[in-house]
Design a binder for this molecule. Sequence first.
Ligand code: SAM
Length: 242
Amino acid sequence: MALGDLPSGEDKRVRVRDMFDRIAPRYDALNRVMSVGMDQRWRRRALDKIDVGPTDLVVDLACGTGDFCALVAGRGAKVIGVDFALQMLKQGRTRGLDFRSVQGDGEWLPFRSASVDVVTCGFALRNFVSLSAVLSEIARILKPGGRTALIDVDRPAWGPIRAAHSLYFDHVVPMVGGLVSDRQAYRYLPQSTAYLPPPEELRSMMSGAGFLEVDRESLFLGSAQILTGARGPLTPVGGGLS
Ligand SMILES: C[S@@+](CC[C@H](N)C(=O)[O-])C[C@H]1O[C@@H](n2cnc3c(N)ncnc32)[C@H](O)[C@@H]1O
């Protein structure tokens, strides 16, 4: 689907939040089945890449029902989840996972500047209204040297694999999601990959937001990706700190 046919601006913000509130009760079960369990492996890989450990204060942005938070807490780190969909947060609390969460928007994170060690974000980049605003906000709350790992889906580049992936992602996922949960939402989720900028642009957006050592790893034949980076030093801007 072309980007022009998808919602943008405040319309996108409202529709995405409403959609996740609607699908929250079945989100976890469907997620595991549809990613064939690989989503957790990718989250672990992301945490390994940025070496998350017990001394870290971690913010998991767009935490949903808390999959990333649970893995972070399992490493002994302190984690706070942030998500704007209240029903996703409530669903996470019913899982009895041990982490704090707050309702908030990725563009206006409720944390002081340079106050956290790590920001993680799983499968939400394509849902943000302004990805560059969110990247700047992540950079703002990270301490200098703080790390970030962002996962999202991707589409394989090589023709035959791309076609097989599309068959599954664009047809099977909406069909199963429609039967078990919400047809409109599970049609939108694959379509929303159109929002994702190409790899080079993603990398330069991260550099532009103040990240160093930017890396992008492609996963499972190009069906997902992890972006990592380290917050550069705070530079004085007009007498203040950036
Ligand atoms: C596909 S789910 C991923 C949830 C979780 N990170 C995971 O790995 O399973 C995307 C999440 O992003 C959240 N989200 C989307 N836009 C957001 C925003 N602007 N601010 C905060 N959360 C947002 C949604 O509410 C939803 O819970």
